[in-house]
Design a protein around this ligand. Structure first.
Ligand SMILES: [Zn+2]
Ligand SMILES: [Zn+2]
Length: 229
């Protein structure tokens, strides 16, 4: 069966994410667009995941817990987890390996933590859009040790991507790569990796329509993960 996905969406916790990217708005927009799977993947943090997951309960959209981790080489890695606890355990290490730079909301934007009523329950002070102290190998291992899938993000872009920063995709066992909205899939035909395309939405209107799908047996995180692995 075809299930439509967008597995790279930022919430208002990312300083670059619009403040309208609240838990309820993300879920409702994804439902309007007819998506089956979404992942919320804030920069180096997971603190809005619980609220988004709660908002999605009893709806037709499945929320995959995620995070966009920035390695010490300034490579963005889309990290997806089978459940919130695994995401939290991974975040625990990521948060201990931040550079400790304070956010400047006037420059970068606020980093809002919300509950499932879209009420602000906290503001993250540490700037989230920075590299961590963890290198690529460590990030991959960390994500996989927490039962997640580590996917090089937007490999077609010329910044913060594995190819732009390393010149190649090192042969360290990735199963899947992410292409961004306007990437030409045919340019990547000789890649033996599975390829997914996500929006990297920072604004509600940028969340994808039901265009990209996985053909899997059932709408479950287990099925999606065994397809991506
Ligand atoms: Zn990115
Ligand atoms: Zn992103």
């Amino acid at each position: 069966m075809k299930f439509y996905y967008d597995l790279h969406i930022h919430s208002c916790l990312s300083p670059c994410g619009d403040e309208d990217m609240t838990p309820n708005n993300i879920v409702n927009m994804s439902l309007l667009k007819g998506l089956d799977f979404i992942a919320v993947t804030d920069h180096n943090s997971i603190l809005n995941l619980e609220a988004v997951i709660n908002c999605s309960k009893n709806t037709d959209v499945k929320v995959i817990p995620g995070m966009e981790i920035e390695t010490s080489e300034e490579i963005h890695m889309l990290s997806l987890f089978p459940n919130l606890i695994d995401a939290e355990n991974c975040y625990d290490t990521v948060s201990k390996n931040m550079l400790g730079i304070k956010n400047r909301p006037d420059i970068f934007g606020r980093q809002l933590i919300m509950n499932d009523n879209d009420e602000i329950t906290g503001i993250e002070d540490m700037l989230l859009v920075t590299a961590t102290k963890l290198n690529l190998d460590k990030v991959k291992l960390l994500v996989e040790n927490n039962h997640g899938i580590c996917i090089p993000a937007h490999i077609d872009r010329n910044s913060y991507s594995i190819i732009s920063n390393l010149g190649t995709i090192p042969d360290i066992g990735f199963s899947c790569v992410e292409l961004s909205k306007n990437a030409d899939f045919s340019q990547y035909n000789n890649y033996f990796y599975k390829k997914i395309r996500n929006s990297d939405a920072h604004y509600l209107e940028d969340i994808f329509e039901a265009d990209n799908y996985v053909d899997i047996e059932e709408k479950s995180i287990e099925c999606l993960f065994s397809h991506l692995k």
